[in-house]
Design a protein around this ligand. Structure first.
Ligand code: ASP
Length: 323
């Protein structure tokens, strides 16, 4: 059975997204537009920082770390680093992961009082024999690496949390101020792809909850022969479908980044008893050719892209009209 008949027999062709069957993945693709950096949401300061590194022949991994740090240090962003909204008990806990072009990765979960979770994730990758460090162990490691503790709960996030406590109604927030988990993907001038993801997770989550963002394969996945993908939105749904790995594997099969993100979103939407109208998930992706794409369940998601034509915010295609 050739690829075309396989796709037909498995029903993929019925998705109706203009699939290009003749385009099978080739690891010999000649990159045309590198470097490129993309990020979830409207975060031009972060992509600007990453671009500065990439355009000077810097490595994609450095661009990712430095780009993510911009948002982690931004007190006004209430879903990343300092200023992140807390769990329902008032603790700001951070999740982050990073992955390089060699297939190495590092991650921190439930990190408290250290704002640059992305840097700790990188150090886990580079300085330890492990992939994931959690909670007190992650903090102890960060302190041993010279990081310092600070209060991450700003006055604004604290007062929002106190207001929320009056009703304590838990509902995932869709499109938080157009600014949510920061996921970033970059391909450098040497055609190496890296990615990172940093978040304070869902606002008012249960204490101890960990989402998709620090879980390799769910919140982020990179395969330097194919491309990379990163997720934002309701992490539980991304975890259940191993979303970012799925997007990369779809690109390996020849789908464009947008097509791959769309199919991964459909996987969530079409689940039995899916209540997708009540939450948001968005993916962004890049392939080895420097082509990029994004797709979300609902209107309102966007991607920031910095390439040779500049730094711009691009509205994502989506499955469903605004509710
Ligand atoms: N994906 C993140 C999480 O579930 C949150 C987000 O992107 O809004 O923790």
């Amino acid at each position: 059975m050739d690829r075309r008949s396989f796709i037909k027999s498995t029903g993929v062709a019925t998705l109706g997204i203009g699939l290009n069957y003749s385009k099978t993945f080739s690891s010999n693709i000649k990159p045309t537009s590198n470097p490129v950096v993309i990020a979830t949401w409207d975060v031009k300061n972060a992509t600007n920082k990453a671009w500065d590194i990439l355009i000077k022949n810097g490595e994609s991994l450095d661009a990712i770390e430095q780009g993510c740090r911009v948002e982690e240090a931004n007190k006004d962003g209430q879903s990343v680093g300092i200023g992140g909204l807390p769990d329902r008990d008032g603790n700001v806990t951070l999740d982050a992961c990073i992955m390089n072009h060699k297939g190495n990765c590092g991650s921190v979960v439930y990190l408290k009082n250290i704002k640059h979770a992305i840097s700790i994730a990188r150090l886990v990758m580079e300085k330890t024999p492990h992939v994931i460090l959690a909670g007190d162990g992650a903090k102890k490691f960060a302190l041993s690496m010279g990081f310092f503790e600070e209060n991450l709960l700003t006055d604004k996030s604290k007062s929002d949390w106190i207001n929320w406590k009056k009703n304590e109604k838990y509902k995932p927030i869709i499109n938080v101020e157009n600014h949510d988990t920061i996921g970033m993907l970059a391909i450098d001038k040497n055609n190496n792809i890296s990615g990172g993801c940093t978040t304070s997770g869902l606002a008012y989550k249960m204490q101890g909850r960990v989402g998709d963002s620090p879980i390799i394969g769910s919140g982020l996945f990179i395969d330097n022969e194919v491309g990379g993908a990163v997720a934002t939105g309701l992490g539980e749904e991304v975890l259940k479908t191993v979303g970012s790995f799925l997007v990369v594997e779809l690109m390996r099969q020849g789908y464009s980044p947008t097509e791959a993100c769309k199919i991964a979103i459909e996987r969530i939407v079409k689940k039995p008893e899916s209540n997708y109208k009540n939450f948001q998930v968005g993916y962004i992706a890049i392939n080895k050719n420097g082509e990029t794409g994004c797709y979300a369940i609902q209107e309102g998601f966007s991607m920031t892209k910095y390439d040779k034509s500049g730094n711009s915010n691009i509205k994502s295609l989506f499955h469903d009209k605004k509710i």
